[in-house]
Design a binder for this molecule. Structure first.
Ligand SMILES: Nc1ncnc2c1ncn2[C@@H]1O[C@H](COP(=O)(O)OP(=O)(O)OP(=O)(O)O)[C@@H](O)[C@H]1O
Ligand SMILES: O=P(O)(O)OC[C@H]1O[C@H](OP(=O)(O)OP(=O)(O)O)[C@H](O)[C@@H]1O
Ligand SMILES: [Mg+2]
Length: 281
């Protein structure tokens, strides 16, 4: 049976379980459950702290795991990424009190609080900067006003927490993170792993696209197909009115409204966009 780690709490937990459920896997109903066996698909899920997942997968005890790229790097565990999952996007950045310009060189000799000490130590070494790294478990943004640090390195999502604490990010991001599916580096391929990867890939892909259906005068077909070339080739179906055709094509979610505007300006009618739940391409 395939053994797969899933975050049991924190930012990645909900979206990770939802994505697995969408891919057809059984997920836990009770927040406190630590394992779920999906006997139909022959997968056992382990609900673990996000920070620990790369360690279990890197040890070879578990076959696959969902975690953050930043967490995986910080663990130092020997894992490799199989798939970026399209949620949990963040940057990991240095930040310090607003009101002056900061550079990484200014961290020399300073106290730097973080929950990701390995990531920070490795990055400081690249700049040849020596700082005292203070390891905290969370709520790192408050450590400066509480007097235990001069600067921090932490996860930035919307940037709201930094602003609330009058901090500014500086320097190049230490890491750009996403939720990722990881496996032990160099582990042998298996059909069971490939199947779970393919199912998740189907959901990730489906979330990036919309299905567009519209009616188009036959005389405008060539122009319309240029606007919606689809992935392989769009479906063109006859309508009861011989002057018109129905077209169905996948479009990238980001571009969907622009594409709909263009089709409308072209003379297309009844333009409908619908979600795709999953796919195999
Ligand atoms: N605000 C955010 N926006 C986007 N991604 C985030 C955000 N906060 C954390 N993450 C990502 O989530 C992962 C860490 O999750 P989280 O911080 O929720 O776990 P945790 O700190 O172990 O749990 P908790 O914060 O509940 O103690 C990292 O990969 C990080 O990049
Ligand atoms: O840029 P923002 O959108 O404001 O998000 C960033 C905050 O979110 C995370 O905190 P989390 O909720 O995981 O709490 P923690 O610091 O205790 O881990 C992260 O550690 C930052 O503090
Ligand atoms: Mg956190």
């Amino acid at each position: 049976m395939l053994r797969v780690a899933v975050p049991n709490k924190g930012t990645l937990s909900g979206p990770a379980s939802e994505m697995l459920a969408e891919a057809g896997y059984r997920q836990r109903h009770e927040q406190r459950d630590l394992t779920v066996i999906d006997s139909v698909n022959e997968v056992e899920f382990f609900f673990l702290r996000p920070k620990d997942i790369a360690i279990y997968v890197g040890s070879g005890e578990l076959d696959l795991g969902i975690t953050g790229r930043d967490l995986a790097l910080d663990s130092g565990a020997p894992i490799s990424e199989r798939l970026a999952l399209g949620f949990g996007g963040s940057t990991f950045r240095y930040a310090a009190p607003a009101g002056r310009e900061w550079t990484v060189a200014d961290l020399q000799g300073k106290r730097l609080a973080t929950s990701y000490p390995r990531l920070v130590t490795d990055n400081l070494a690249n700049y040849d900067v020596q700082a005292e790294v203070i390891r905290l478990d969370g709520a790192v943004e408050i450590s400066i006003q509480l007097g235990v640090a001069d600067a921090i390195a932490d996860v930035v999502g919307s940037g709201r927490t930094l602003r609330q604490h009058n901090l500014v990010a500086f320097g190049e991001p230490i890491c750009r993170s996403d939720a990722v599916l990881v496996e032990r580096a160099g582990s042998p391929a298996s059909q069971a792993k490939d199947q779970l990867v393919a199912r998740l890939q189907g959901v990730v892909f489906a979330q990036q696209y919309l299905m567009l259906d519209y009616d188009c005068p036959k005389s405008l077909l060539d122009d319309a197909l240029t606007v919606t070339p689809g992935l392989e080739s769009p479906t063109v179906a006859p309508l009861a009115d011989p002057e018109w055709v129905a077209i169905r094509a996948m479009v990238s979610r980001i571009d969907a409204n622009l594409v709909m505007d263009r089709l409308s300006a072209l003379g297309a009618k009844a333009i409908l966009a619908s979600d795709i739940r999953s796919c195999r391409l």
